[in-house]
Design a binder for this molecule. Structure first.
Ligand SMILES: [Zn+2]
Ligand SMILES: [Zn+2]
Length: 345
C-alpha cells in the first residue's frame, strides 16, 4: 500500500510503498479515506527537539487524525464490525493504571500515542488501530468531517474544562483549527466571543468563519488593552489560551476578570512562569490545563454539535491533497499558509 513515511531523522518525508498492516486479536484494520495533518506531524517532519523527546521509532508512517471504513477485525474484537465507519482516539491508554480506572484514560500513566509511538499512523491507504480507540461514527458522516472529530474533541474538552456559565464573555487567543472550533462551540452555547491572533492568514480565516464577534490583530500594540476596549475593563469570564506561546499565557492572565477562568491547552515551548500571588491569590483566577480528549464524552459531545449544525468541522479545512502530494501539505503548513490540510488516500 501507499504511505507517507518518515524514514530517518533528516527533515522531510517519503511517499512510498510498504506492506499492508495486519490486525492483531484486539485490533481493527481501517481503510483510510481521510486523514488530517496535526502540529505533531510537523514536529516529526522537521525532526525537531519535540520529535527527539517523543523518541518515535523509525521508519514509520505519520498521521493520527483520520476517518475510514473497517475492513477487517481481530478475533477478540466485539464492539466494532466490518463496514463500520470509524475515527480514532490518538491516545492509546493502558486500561489498567489509576487514571484509566478513574475516568481519565486520556492522561493514562502508560500512554502511547497513535502515529507517534506505535509504529504506524494514518497517512496511508490502511491503518491498524486497537479496538479501544475506535469511535463509531454515524454512517452518513462525510469522511473529511469524521477525520476532524479528533482536533474538535480538544476544543470540546477545553470548553468542558472551562465549565462556562450563561452569558459568559470568552476570549480565544489563537485562531488555528482548534481555536476556531472553541470559538464556534462557545458561540453556540450563547457566549460573547472575541478572538486574537498574530498571523494575517489566521485572522482573515477566523473572520471568514465568523464565530467570533471581533478578531483582533495581536501582532502589534497592547493586545490586553485592545481586547478590554472591546469587552470592557472588567475583563473576560473565560480566556482560552490556544496559541501555545509564553506571551499569550501572560496576556490571558491579564485579560481575564477577577474570579475568572484561564484554560491552557497550547503547549508553550518557553514554559512561562506564573506570578501566583498576583493572579491566583489576589485575583482568584482558576487556571486549568488540559490535553487530548475525555474518552469518550468529548467525542459524544462533538457528535451532537455536528449533527445539530452547531459546529462546522469543515470550516477549518483550507487544502485537500492525495497521498502523492503530501509534501505540498507540509510545505504550506510550514509556511503558515494553511489551516487544516487533509489527505485523501
Ligand atoms: Zn492531532
Ligand atoms: Zn492507563
Amino acid at each position: 500500500m501507499k504511505a507517507v513515511m518518515k524514514v530517518d531523522k533528516n527533515p522531510g518525508i517519503k511517499v512510498m510503498n510498504t506492506d499492508k498492516p495486519k490486525p492483531g486479536p484486539r485490533d481493527v484494520l481501517v481503510r483510510i479515506k481521510s486523514t488530517a495533518y496535526c502540529g505533531s506531524d510537523l514536529h516529526l517532519y522537521k525532526w525537531d527537539g519535540q520529535a527527539e523527546k517523543w523518541n518515535s521509532p523509525l521508519p514509520r508512517i505519520l498521521g493520527h487524525e483520520f476517518c475510514g471504513d473497517v475492513v477487517e477485525v481481530g478475533g477478540n474484537v466485539s464492539s466494532i464490525k466490518t463496514g463500520d465507519k470509524v475515527a480514532g482516539e490518538t491516545h492509546i491508554p493502558c486500561e489498567q493504571c489509576i487514571m484509566c480506572r478513574t475516568g481519565r484514560a486520556h492522561i493514562c500513566e502508560n500512554m502511547k500515542i497513535f502515529g507517534v509511538h506505535v509504529p504506524d499512523g494514518s497517512f496511508a491507504e490502511f491503518a491498524v488501530i486497537p479496538e479501544t480507540i475506535a469511535f463509531k461514527l454515524p454512517s452518513d458522516t462525510p469522511y473529511d468531517i469524521g477525520a476532524l472529530y479528533e482536533p474538535c474533541g480538544v476544543a470540546m474538552h477545553a470548553v468542558q474544562r472551562a465549565e462556562p456559565e450563561p452569558g459568559d464573555v470568552a476570549v480565544v487567543l489563537g485562531c488555528g483549527p482548534i481555536g476556531i472550533y472553541v470559538q464556534q462551540i462557545m458561540k453556540a452555547i450563547g457566549s460573547d466571543v472575541i478572538a486574537t491572533d498574530i498571523k494575517k492568514f489566521r485572522i482573515d480565516h477566523a473572520k471568514r468563519v465568523g464565530a467570533a464577534r471581533e478578531v483582533i490583530d495581536a501582532s502589534e500594540g497592547n493586545t490586553v488593552e485592545k481586547v478590554k476596549n472591546v469587552i470592557g475593563q472588567r475583563g473576560a469570564d473565560i480566556v482560552f489560551e490556544a496559541a501555545g506561546a509564553g506571551e499569550t499565557v501572560k496576556q490571558s492572565l491579564d485579560m481575564v476578570a477577577k474570579a475568572g477562568k484561564v484554560v491552557l491547552f497550547g503547549a508553550s515551548p518557553d514554559n512561562p512562569t506564573l506570578d501566583t500571588t498576583t493572579y491566583i491569590v489576589y485575583k482568584e483566577i482558576d487556571v486549568r490545563g488540559l490535553t487530548g480528549r475525555y474518552m469518550f464524552s468529548t467525542w459524544d459531545r462533538v457528535e451532537r454539535f455536528v449533527s445539530r449544525g452547531l459546529v462546522d468541522l469543515e470550516s477549518v479545512v483550507t487544502h485537500k491533497f492525495p497521498l502523492d502530494k503530501a509534501e505540498e501539505g507540509f510545505q504550506l503548513l510550514l509556511k503558515g499558509e494553511a489551516s487544516k490540510v487533509i489527505l485523501n488516500p
